[in-house]
Write a protein that binds this ligand. Structure first.
Ligand SMILES: Nc1ncnc2c1ncn2[C@@H]1O[C@H](COP(=O)(O)OP(=O)(O)OP(=O)(O)O)[C@@H](O)[C@H]1O
Ligand SMILES: [Mg+2]
Length: 526
C-alpha cells in the first residue's frame, strides 16, 4: 500500500516539476539554444571563405537558419516529452507489477511487440523527414532562383517549365507532411483501440472471478485497468512524439554538418594580433598557387611578382586564366593558398583580415547594391560619422551626383533589391563614391568596365582614374585599352605568368600582349 502511494507521489511530483519547468525548458530551448544556434551559424557564415558559398545553394542556407533551427527546437522538446512519458510508463508498470504481476508480464510482452513494430517503422519515418527537408530546400532554392533569374526565365520562355518544377517540389513537400501527420495522428487512437481491446479480453477471461464478488480482487482489477489505460495512452503519445522527432531529426543533422563545414571553412584569425594600419612599401607575391578544392586543378601556379606602393599594376590574359581568383586571394577571401603574399613584409595569412580590408577598396563588374536608400548604401559599413558635404563631394568625384539629383527623392531614393533602380554604370559609380568615402590605400579593380557601353565606360573610367590618384592599384582586365598607362602589366595564361612589363616593353616583345593588343585594336576600329 505504502509502496503504491509512494509511486503515485513520485509521479505526481514529476508531473509538477515538468509543469513548473515547462516554461523554463521552453525558454532554454528557444532562447538559449534556438536563438544562439541561429546567431552562431549566421556568424560562421559571415566568417567563412568565399569557397563555401560556391558550393552552397542560397535556399539551403535560408532553410538552415530558419526551418532547420526550428526542427532542432522541436527535437529537443519532443525528447524532453518522451523522457517525461517514459517516467510515467515506468511508474505505472511498477504499480501494475505490485497489483497483478502475471498480467503485467503479459502486458510487458505486448508492449515489447508494439515497440518492435515501431522500431521497424522508424527508418521510414526518418526517410520521410529527409524527403521533407530536401523538398523544403528545393522549394526555397527555386524561389530564390526565380527572383534572381526572372529576366532569364522570361526571356527563355521557360515559365511553364519553372511552374511545373515548382509544382512537383511543392507536391513532394506536402506529400511528406501529409504522410507524417497521418502517422503521427493515427498512433494515439490506434493505441487506445489496442488498450480497449486488451482490457475487454482481460475482463472477458476474468468474468467469473470478477463476478465472484471478491472486493479486493475487484478493486485490484479496476486499478489495473486504469493503470493499463494510462500506459497505452503514454505509449501512444511517446510513439507519436517519436514520429515527429524522426521527421525533424534530419534538419538537426544538416545543421550540425553545415556548422562543422563552416568552422572548417573559417578564415583563420591570426593568434597574435598583426593588425595592419597602413601600407607604405610593397606587396611581394612569391610562388603563389591556389586551387578551388581537393580534386580540382590549381587555378594558378607559382606566381611571383611585386606591387610597389602607389604604383598601378594590371593582370591581363584570356578568359579563365585566373585574374579574378588572384584578386580574391589578395583581398583575403581565400587564405588556403600556397606560397606567400607579404604585405610590407608581413605574411597576409597572419594579418587580421578586417584590418587588411580597411586598407582595400574593391570595384568589380558586378556591384552589389543593398535594398535600401542611396544614402544608406553609400554609408554602409562605416563606423565613423560622415557629413552630408563629404557624401556630396564623394558623389561628385565618382560622377554620380547629377544622376542622384535627378531622382525625386535624391539621396533618399530606394534602390530596390540588388539595386534594380540603377543601371550597371550607375551602380559602379555609386560603388566608386563609397570608395571615395572609404579613402583606401589600395584599390582592387576586377573587369570594372567590361560590361558597360562606351559612354558609361568613359564616365566610370574617369571616376576610377580620379580614385586611383596617389593609391596603389591592382587591376584585372582583358580590355587592354583600360590598362595601357599602368606601371606594370602581367599576362596570365592558364594560371601562369607568361609576360611582364610596361605597355611599351610588352608591345616591343611581340608576344602574348602584342597579339591581344593587335586583335583588340582591330576590333575597336571596326
Ligand atoms: N568558384 C569556383 N569554383 C571552382 N572553379 C572556379 C570557381 N571560380 C572560378 N573557377 C575556375 O577558375 C579558373 C579561373 O577563373 P577566374 O574567374 O579567376 O578567371 P578570369 O581570368 O577572371 O576570367 P575572366 O576573364 O573570364 O573574368 C576558371 O577555370 C574557372 O573555371
Ligand atoms: Mg574575371
Amino acid at each position: 500500500m505504502y509502496i503504491l502511494l509512494s509511486i503515485f507521489l513520485i509521479l505526481t511530483v514529476t508531473e509538477l516539476i515538468f509543469i513548473l519547468n515547462n516554461k523554463l525548458i521552453l525558454r532554454f530551448s528557444m532562447f538559449d539554444v534556438q536563438d544562439k544556434v541561429s546567431n552562431q551559424v549566421f556568424s560562421h557564415i559571415l566568417d567563412a571563405r568565399l569557397k563555401f558559398f560556391y558550393k552552397q545553394r542560397s535556399g539551403d542556407l535560408i532553410n538552415l537558419l530558419t526551418n532547420d533551427v526550428n526542427r532542432g527546437f522541436c527535437c529537443i522538446k519532443h525528447l524532453l516529452d518522451i523522457i517525461r512519458w517514459s517516467i510515467f510508463i515506468c511508474g505505472y508498470i511498477c504499480i501494475s507489477l505490485l497489483l497483478l504481476p502475471v498480467y503485467t508480464f503479459g502486458l510487458l510482452a505486448i508492449i515489447a511487440v508494439i515497440m518492435l513494430v515501431f522500431k521497424k517503422a522508424s527508418p521510414y519515418l526518418y526517410s520521410l523527414g529527409q524527403d521533407n527537408l530536401r523538398a523544403q530546400e528545393d522549394a526555397s532554392n527555386i524561389i530564390v532562383e526565380t527572383m534572381q533569374g526572372f529576366r532569364s526565365i522570361v526571356l527563355a520562355c521557360a515559365q511553364d517549365i519553372h511552374k511545373s518544377k515548382f509544382k512537383e517540389i511543392i507536391h513532394r513537400f506536402y506529400y511528406t507532411i501529409y504522410n507524417n501527420t497521418w502517422i503521427t495522428s493515427s498512433v494515439q487512437p490506434f493505441m487506445r483501440f489496442l488498450s480497449f481491446l486488451l482490457l475487454a479480453l482481460v475482463i472477458l477471461f476474468n468474468k467469473r472471478t470478477l463476478l465472484g464478488g471478491d472486493p479486493a480482487y475487484f478493486s485490484k482489477m479496476f486499478f489495473f485497468i486504469y493503470v493499463t489505460g494510462n500506459i497505452f495512452r503514454g505509449l501512444g503519445i511517446i510513439n507519436s512524439l517519436y514520429s515527429s522527432f524522426a521527421f525533424n531529426y534530419e534538419g538537426v543533422l544538416v545543421l550540425l554538418k553545415t556548422d562543422e563545414e563552416l568552422k572548417a571553412m573559417k578564415i583563420n584569425v591570426p593568434s597574435i594580433d598583426r593588425g595592419i594600419r597602413s601600407f607604405s612599401r610593397m606587396i611581394e607575391v612569391k610562388n603563389l598557387s591556389f586551387g578551388y578544392g581537393s580534386g580540382e586543378s590549381e587555378v594558378f601556379t607559382d606566381l611571383t611578382f611585386t606591387v610597389q606602393a602607389s604604383r598601378k599594376v594590371a593582370f591581363a590574359g584570356s578568359s579563365g586564366s585566373g585574374k579574378s581568383t588572384l584578386i580574391d586571394v589578395i583581398s583575403g577571401f581565400h587564405d588556403d593558398y600556397k606560397g606567400s603574399i607579404l604585405v610590407d613584409g608581413e605574411e597576409l595569412k597572419n594579418i587580421d583580415k578586417k584590418d587588411w580590408r580597411q586598407l582595400l577598396g574593391y570595384v568589380s563588374q558586378e556591384t552589389f547594391i543593398f535594398n535600401d536608400t542611396i544614402e544608406n548604401n553609400l554609408l554602409f559599413g562605416f563606423q565613423r560619422k560622415i557629413g552630408k558635404e563629404e557624401i556630396i563631394q564623394a558623389c561628385k568625384n565618382a560622377q554620380i551626383y547629377d544622376t542622384i539629383m535627378s531622382f525625386a527623392k535624391k539621396f533618399d531614393t530606394e534602390l530596390g533589391e540588388r539595386g534594380v533602380r540603377l543601371s550597371g554604370g550607375e551602380k559602379q559609380r555609386l560603388a566608386i563614391a563609397r570608395l571615395f568615402l572609404k579613402d583606401p590605400l589600395i584599390v582592387l579593380l576586377d573587369e570594372a568596365t567590361s560590361s558597360l557601353d562606351s559612354e558609361s565606360v568613359k564616365r566610370v573610367k574617369e571616376a576610377l582614374n580620379s580614385l586611383s590618384q596617389g593609391r596603389t592599384v591592382i587591376a584585372a582586365s582583358h580590355r587592354l585599352s583600360t590598362i595601357g598607362d599602368f606601371d606594370a602589366i602581367h599576362i596570365l595564361e592558364k594560371g601562369r605568368l607568361v609576360e611582364s612589363g610596361s605597355h611599351a616593353q610588352l608591345l616591343a616583345r611581340k608576344g602574348y600582349y602584342f597579339r591581344y593588343y593587335t586583335i583588340q585594336t582591330m576590333e575597336d576600329n571596326r
